[in-house]
Design a protein around this ligand. Structure first.
Ligand SMILES: Nc1ncnc2c1ncn2[C@@H]1O[C@H](COP(=O)(O)OP(=O)(O)OP(=O)(O)O)[C@@H](O)[C@H]1O
Ligand SMILES: [Mg+2]
Length: 447
């Protein structure tokens, strides 16, 4: 957490700063609002400790107003006030400051206020963070266990990870799990979907812009790199990234700093990179569609997630988990799942992998009747592969019968003529006709 102290009294600065450091948070100190603005422009501050009475009487209040209008994701503000300025402090709270503390602040009171303000700002900036209980990883196949093993060993390091696998296998889920098992878990998890950003917006999306950088830039905007500061940046679908974007990202990774559009000077960013793709990225590298230098930078640790059909042991637990989850979501009671349902899901191909199985579970819950899930409610029928195909000899017989019936009909059921046409011995043809049970209604055979 980054805390900015804005106070013109040196001894107060020192006391506050020490308390922050003791809690292993990062303090920044400003004596004036101008200095404070310089810091706010460069750093992504979480909590601002603001003395209401600075040089000018209402300076603190004006400043409070300003950060709310000029900044993207402004910090949570805790007002620090002396006896004489209580009224102003109350006014500040009315303007949106989160809390107020009287000088001299007690360590406990201040620590508590900062913690609370941080929790609150995390909640306001909710989309930047993920909760630990949001995404359980279900399955106990050896293949998934191996993936989880790599997750466990790589998570605590800051090493880049490249996750590959078909669509819907859980690449994003694994990326989140790496983040949640890292020392950055209280920090943000920011997704860059490389395929979804229009080419002309790439720069402002990734690196942000300053107020006034162009006509519509009414307030400063932070880019994804900056939002991910102190946390993890998830570069999704990197196989769909243009070469131009690739070189911009590479530069930011090499320099560990970025520049906002229209900005003067660079901003240091501390991010951990996880990338993902369902494309054959090695092939793309060879074909010159993906920069080799960026590939090497991303592919420090590789995690490949196999498709669901290659880890069938995970199908049943995943289905049960999602049936349970959707039952709760939809307020349904599912007490029984027909055994054919399990046979069916184990035999499916699941080209869309877990996402498709999850959708199927949702549908099954929606169509469940009398607390039960069955295939007929879904308009499905279980056919084992054996049932689907039958045996080879049966299929061959069926073909022969069909074929000979047509050939005979074409020859007006004349066996000699048919045998001649098929270049076949007449005796053999006759035997076949009998063994296949073909009815010769009205043989015109004269001999
Ligand atoms: N092991 C798992 N346990 C529970 N849910 C899972 C598991 N794996 C994937 N899912 C769920 O399946 C869905 C698809 O997963 P995810 O989005 O992570 O896949 P992806 O590989 O990123 O897919 P895409 O390539 O299409 O982006 C998500 O809803 C995710 O929560
Ligand atoms: Mg994904």
């Amino acid at each position: 957490m980054k805390v900015l102290i804005v106070d013109d009294e040196k001894n107060i600065q020192k006391i506050l700063s020490d308390i922050i450091t003791d809690n292993e948070w990062k303090p920044f100190v400003a004596g004036t609002t101008e200095e404070a603005e310089d810091i706010l422009k460069r750093e992504f501050i979480d909590v601002l400790l603001l003395d209401v009475f600075l040089e000018r009487e209402r300076e603190g209040l004006d400043f409070l107003q300003k950060i709310r209008t000029d900044y993207d994701f402004p910090p949570e503000v805790v007002i620090i006030t002396g006896h004489g300025t209580i009224d102003m402090a109350i006014e500040a709270v009315k303007m949106g400051a989160y809390d107020l503390i009287e000088k001299p602040p007690s360590i406990e009171r201040l620590t508590f206020a900062i913690k609370r303000a941080y929790e609150h700002i995390k909640n306001t900036r909710k989309r930047l963070y993920i909760k630990e209980d949001e995404t359980p990883i279900i399955g106990n196949s050896a293949k998934l266990k191996k993936v989880m093993g790599i997750v466990k060993s790589v998570a605590p390091t800051d090493g880049s990870v490249l996750i590959t696998g078909e669509s819907g296998v859980g690449k994003e889920l694994i990326a989140k799990s790496i983040h949640l098992n890292s020392k950055r878990k209280d920090g943000p998890f920011i997704i860059v979907n490389s395929a979804a950003i229009p080419a002309d917006l790439v720069e402002s999306e990734l690196f942000g812009y300053e107020k006034g950088a162009f006509t519509n830039a009414l307030k400063m905007k932070r880019g994804r790199f900056e939002l991910a500061d102190g946390g993890t940046l998830f570069l999704d679908e990197i196989g769909d990234m243009s070469l131009k974007t690739q070189s911009k990202i590479l530069r930011a990774l090499q320099d560990k700093k970025i520049e906002r559009v229209g900005g003067e000077g660079t901003i240091k960013v501390d991010v951990r990179i996880i990338a993902a793709t369902n494309k054959d990225i090695e092939k793309m590298t060879k074909e010159g569609k993906f920069r080799e230098d960026l590939y090497y930078r991303l592919n420090v640790v590789r995690i490949h997630i196999d498709p669901l059909k290659e880890r069938k042991e995970d199908i049943k637990p995943l289905f049960n988990y999602y049936v349970n989850k959707f039952s709760q979501d939809y307020g349904r009671m599912v007490k029984k799942i027909d055994s054919d349902v399990y046979k069916y899901i184990l035999n499916e191909e699941w080209k869309g992998n877990i996402r498709e199985l999850k959708n199927f579970a949702e549908k099954a819950v929606i169509f469940s009747k009398n607390d039960e899930i069955s295939l007929s409610q879904l308009g499905l029928k279980f056919e084992s592969l054996k049932e689907k195909f039958g045996s080879f000899s049966l299929a061959k017989k069926e073909f022969e019968k069909n074929y000979l019936e047509k050939a005979l009909a074409a020859n007006n059921f004349n066996i000699s003529q048919t045998a001649k046409m098929l270049i076949m011995d007449k005796g053999n043809l006759f035997k076949k006709i009998k063994s296949l049970g073909i009815k010769i209604e009205d043989s015109k055979d004269s001999d």
